[in-house]
Write a protein that binds this ligand. Structure first.
Ligand SMILES: N[C@@H](CCC(=O)N[C@@H](CS)C(=O)NCC(=O)O)C(=O)O
Length: 203
């Protein structure tokens, strides 16, 4: 299968880590976001990565749909529990991690506006507030547990780890590791996995 994506995208990283954990072969197609015209529009009408192309040509998006599909392909890793309630809780972690990223990306784009006078501090504060509240909530939920949900590594850990590491990559002054030692401990443990080591954001 073919994964359309960039090596900086945290949503793409979540999918790449899932593919590696589940030992599924794939090729990464890069450069689709910056083409002229942007090539990704022909792959995903939303113009976003990740998009996964199956061998029969079927295209899947977004990242949550992709990882859910991948989990059903084989039992390796068992990243989403079968139990309905546990499954919902894992997907809720994922939703929070992805939503925190959505807000963080809006902050990044606003602060990168070419003309500083066009920046809206109110917009930045609103979305930074979502990032801060969600991170505090994630830390509270994790408490002293070894893993985000249940007693084993799941998609929840992949989503939270990918999100926090992207925030560290794009906002090096964000001191979340100091503020939330339990999140720091989790991410340090995740970084011992081959799947995380092989997928650092670059660029
Ligand atoms: N909800 C989507 C978000 C994907 C997303 O926002 N991807 C960014 C890259 S990090 C993108 O493609 N941005 C290009 C654009 O929005 O035009 C998912 O989980 O896959």
């Amino acid at each position: 299968m073919k994964l359309y994506g960039s090596i900086t995208s945290p949503y793409v990283r979540k999918v790449r880590i899932t593919l590696i954990e589940k030992k599924i072969d794939f090729t990464l197609e890069q450069g689709y976001l910056n083409g002229t015209p942007p090539m990704i529009d022909g792959v995903n009408p939303l113009g976003k990565v990740p998009a996964l192309e199956l061998d029969d040509g079927t295209l899947i998006y977004d990242s949550a749909v992709i990882v859910d599909y991948l989990e059903g392909l084989n039992p390796v890793g068992h990243l989403i529990p079968d139990d309905r309630h546990q499954r919902m809780l894992v997907k809720r972690w994922e939703s929070l991690a992805d939503g925190m990223l959505d807000a963080a990306i809006l902050v990044l784009l606003e602060t990168r506006r070419e003309k500083p006078e066009e920046r809206s501090q109110a917009w930045i504060d609103k979305h930074q507030g979502k990032v801060d509240r969600t991170m505090a909530f994630l830390s509270h939920q994790l408490a002293e547990s070894n893993w985000c949900q249940g007693d084993s590594f799941t998609l929840a850990d992949i989503a939270v780890g990918s999100a926090l590491l992207w925030i560290e990559f794009r906002f090096p002054n964000n001191d979340w590791r100091q503020r939330y030692p339990n999140l720091d401990r989790l991410v340090t443990k995740l970084m011992q996995r081959k799947s995380f080591q092989e997928t650092p954001p670059q660029g």
